[in-house]
Design a protein around this ligand. Structure first.
Ligand code: NAD
Length: 367
């Protein structure tokens, strides 16, 4: 059997710095766990624009379609702010998501005990929090037609359309139910069935699918506005939250902030299974290229390292190793090795990006 393949697209700003630490983890896994990856690297975002005049070269897109998983750092930066919309760094990322048809976006909101004081909520509300938001990523209001701004009765009218087919709802709901079976076995589906027809269809399709194939999973439904309220009132009531593209955009950012720092948040975007049974997959930290700290060794590599842990779990069926890596990150934080984003001014000298990555490797070795 050939080795599993990874395409690394470090991108811009702190992308390269945090990805360097992930490379150390990949190498460690190869040497110590007998899990060797065939790793290739390429450009995306501003780095690809500088080299090729496009934020994602066709050859890179083709490679992304062939590998078992793509790991992405971050894209963007002030140098590219004035570029035409069609070649902005973010277009490279959107192209990857669209052409790989990554319809299920997984955003965990997990609060390590050591970081509970960084949340804007009280410690007892967030400590031990572990929820997963599954957001539909390729349809709904951000893609629906008609859309645009036009003139009607002598004034401008802005239009976007919330549109979902049964198949689009079914496939992302399946992802959520499958995921729940590997976690707390509960799905809460959020929409606005009280005021939107697309919400009524969403609720119907999820309910039908549940009855047909996932009756063993506990299913509940909630209006998305109540969901937002419950996320800040009592977030630990949730296991997996399933929602559409627009509500998911907002709810996942809200859930993310329960956990403290952007530097801690991983994500996965999954598509349909390939011939080898693995889903098309892109793993990336939630944060951007952080131009304010880029090149200074200040970036927290945890989000990118935890994104690789998600790859181990969801693309390579290495759940135990993923758990071990997550525990190593948690232990490093608990022992006090932290980058500046996880410290108060009075806490002493922050660890550098490299020191943080090295500490995670040392912790892995100590297990
Ligand atoms: P950002 O996430 O880059 O940074 C927001 C703040 O969080 C900054 O103060 C930054 O220093 C801090 N931060 C982010 N990640 C951190 C880390 N790992 N460790 C420590 N601190 C960290 O968001 P922004 O400043 O709004 O955007 C900067 C650029 O990134 C823009 O060009 C934007 O378009 C792009 N962006 C890209 C992505 C992506 O690649 N997926 C996501 C968001 C923003």
């Amino acid at each position: 059997m050939s080795n599993p393949s990874l395409l690394i697209l470090a991108g811009d700003g702190i992308g390269a710095e945090v990805m360097t630490e992930v490379r150390k983890v990949i190498d460690w896994v190869g040497t110590n766990k007998g899990l060797t990856f065939d790793v290739s690297e390429d450009l995306v975002g501003g780095a690809a624009y500088d080299a090729h005049g496009t934020p994602l070269h066709d050859d890179t897109m083709a490679k992304a379609q062939e590998v078992d998983a793509v790991l992405l750092g971050a894209v963007g930066g002030p140098a590219y702010d004035d570029l035409d919309f069609s070649v902005k760094p973010e277009r490279g990322l959107l192209r990857l998501r669209k052409e790989m048809d990554l319809f299920a976006n997984l955003r965990p909101a997990q609060c390590f005990d050591a970081l509970a004081d960084f949340s804007s909520l009280k410690r007892d509300i967030v400590s031990g929090l572990d929820i997963m938001i599954v957001r539909e990523l390729t349809s709904g209001s951000y893609f629906g037609e008609p859309r645009g701004i036009h003139i009607e009765d002598n004034q401008r009218v802005g239009i976007n359309t919330q549109r979902y087919t049964e198949a689009e709802i079914d496939r992302v709901a399946r992802s959520a139910f499958e995921l729940a079976r590997r976690r707390g076995n509960k799905v809460c589906s959020m929409e606005k069935a009280n005021v939107m027809e697309s919400g009524i269809l969403w609720r119907d399709v999820v309910t039908e699918l549940h009855a047909a194939d996932y009756a063993d999973v506990e299913l509940s439904h909630m209006y998305a506005d109540n969901g937002a309220m419950q996320l800040v009132r009592a977030p630990k009531q949730f296991d997996v939250i399933l929602t559409d593209n627009l509500f998911g955009d907002i709810l996942s950012d809200c859930a993310a902030m329960l956990t403290g720092s952007l530097g801690m948040l991983p994500s996965a975007s999954l598509g349909a299974p390939m011939a080898n049974g693995r889903p098309k997959a892109l793993y990336e930290p939630v944060h951007g290229s952080a131009p304010d700290i880029a090149g200074q060794g200040k970036a927290n590599p945890s989000a990118c390292i935890l994104s690789f842990a998600m790859a181990l779990r969801y693309s390579f069926d290495q759940g135990d190793l993923a758990t071990q890596l997550e525990a190593a990150v948690e232990k490093v934080l608990a022992d006090g090795t932290r980058t500046g984003d996880l410290m108060q001014a009075s806490d002493g000298t922050p660890a550098t990006t490299t020191e943080m990555g090295d500490a995670v490797i040392a912790e892995l070795a100590a297990f």
